[in-house]
Design a protein around this ligand. Structure first.
Ligand SMILES: Nc1ncnc2c1ncn2[C@@H]1O[C@H](COP(=O)(O)OP(=O)(O)OP(=O)(O)O)[C@@H](O)[C@H]1O
Ligand SMILES: O=C(CO)[C@H](O)[C@H](O)COP(=O)(O)O
Length: 406
């Protein structure tokens, strides 16, 4: 286990202190004062001693970025990803019960909402949304993600979604895999350059609306009008600051209404595309039947039960924001998840460790949203690809060659 040094930093105008790494690139050696803004006022910190802690990562931390709007399936995706590595993710033990962080043996998932520089009141006073870069501290985000990547523990702020306030920070030790999820993992070029792999969940407006209604009306008691108003209010900033990040993603999961039901407006049956950038180190796109060909496939028949409106798959090369990509598409939904093995056996480069691993993962989490359609299938596959990328990166650092995967 590696040893990390954290420097204690005392607050000059509030009653809690934070610790932060002592690296000169963070400015503490030179300046010894760190500005951390809470709400609309700034809090000053001064260095006061240091301590050593045990860090989890000996061979460096790899950093994955996951971008999406609120309510677009990030938490569900994270649960699928963590499961691929084994073990469950939990909030930091004994910490703030409203922490947004999830820690498992291999992964630590931090939510970038914790880098809101303006709290709920601060945003209201200034008339900005949480999507606006002005409401977020990208300098601190960059410094802390960089520090963790270099094996240094940090004291990360917490944005409390219950109170709408910035809470005292929590200690984040470098894990094997750090996932930064939220609104802006690819917005700031410096943060973007720290990412070893990036994913964007691109949920079309119609589908986003259907999911929001399902969650916020059924589970949170919001009215239809308030859900509509909240989506409308966020849209200009979403279009300006969140959506453009998809051009930088190594993989995009795009979720659209089905094309199998004419004029469908229920949003239950989905058409899902997995858009995979070519030429990304340690990431080889998944393919159907024949790499590089253009394929359309209706798998329904003796081996796959399909009720109305059926299932179609498509695969082929394309371009996306001037990048060469491979696109795998699924429209429709599975009737029987155990039969997914039939589809899995026709996919290649899925980075499984044994035959049927995708199907096993999907069956294990059959109760997660999207398990009967392309959202669950592609999230699971991307999880396996991330595991593969991690193993290849670690092997490349230690000089051990990796064997080819399915
Ligand atoms: N693949 C899916 N299929 C159907 N519904 C889904 C899917 N993924 C997410 N949802 C719906 O969206 C809701 C939000 O999902 P989730 O909590 O994973 O999103 P999130 O991006 O983490 O949200 P937030 O940022 O608001 O915490 C779920 O409760 C569910 O209703
Ligand atoms: O877009 C969001 C990311 O999840 C939230 O709206 C943002 O973090 C502000 O949170 P809250 O609405 O709890 O004040």
């Amino acid at each position: 286990m590696a040893v990390c040094t954290v420097y204690n930093v005392k607050s000059l105008n509030s009653n809690y202190s934070i610790s932060t790494p002592a690296k000169s690139h963070l400015g503490f050696h030179q300046k010894q004062v760190f500005f951390y803004s809470t709400g609309s006022k700034k809090t000053n910190y001064k260095r006061s001693g240091s301590s050593e802690i045990t860090c989890a990562a000996d061979s460096g931390t790899i950093v994955i970025g996951l971008a999406a709007d609120s309510g677009c399936g990030k938490s569900t995706f994270m649960r699928r990803l963590t499961s691929v590595f084994g073990g469950a993710a939990e909030p930091p033990r004994g910490g703030n019960p409203d922490s947004n962080t999830l820690i498992s043996d291999t992964t630590t998932v931090i939510c970038l909402d914790d880098y809101h520089s303006l709290d709920r009141t601060g945003r209201k006073e200034k008339g900005v949304t949480a999507l606006d870069p002005k409401a977020n501290d990208f300098d601190l985000m960059y410094e802390q993600v960089k520090a963790i990547k270099e094996g240094i523990a940090v004291q990360k702020p917490i944005y409390n979604h219950v109170s709408g306030l910035l809470d005292p920070p929590e200690l984040i030790k470098p894990p094997k895999i750090l996932v930064i999820e939220g609104l802006h993992p690819m917005y700031d070029e410096r943060v973007r350059d720290l990412l070893d792999f990036s994913i964007y969940l691109d949920i079309s407006n119609e589908v986003k609306f259907a999911w929001k209604i399902q969650r916020d009306m059924a589970e949170r008691g919001h009215s239809l009008e308030s859900i509509k108003a909240s989506i409308e209010a966020r849209k200009p900033d979403f279009d300006a600051y969140i959506d453009p990040q998809k051009q930088y993603a190594d993989a995009v999961i795009e979720v659209l209404p089905t094309q199998l039901i004419p004029d469908d407006n229920e949003g239950k049956v989905l058409r899902v595309k997995l858009i995979m950038k070519e030429g990304v180190q340690f990431f080889s796109p998944v393919y159907l039947f024949d790499e590089g060909s253009t394929i359309s496939w209706i798998p329904c028949g003796r081996k796959l039960t399909c009720s109305y409106p059926g299932i179609t798959f498509a695969y082929g090369p394309d371009s996306y924001y001037d990048n060469e990509v491979s696109v795998l598409e699924m429209d429709g939904q599975f009737d029987r998840l155990d039969e997914l093995i039939y589809v899995e056996s026709h996919l290649s480069n899925i980075s499984t460790k044994f035959y049927g691993e995708v199907t096993q993962q999907m069956l294990k989490h059959a109760d997660f949203p999207g398990s009967n359609n392309g959202t669950g299938l592609f999230q699971t596959i991307v999880g396996l690809k991330i595991r593969d990328l991690y193993e290849q990166l670690i092997a490349s650092k230690s000089g051990v060659p990796q064997t080819a995967k399915a």
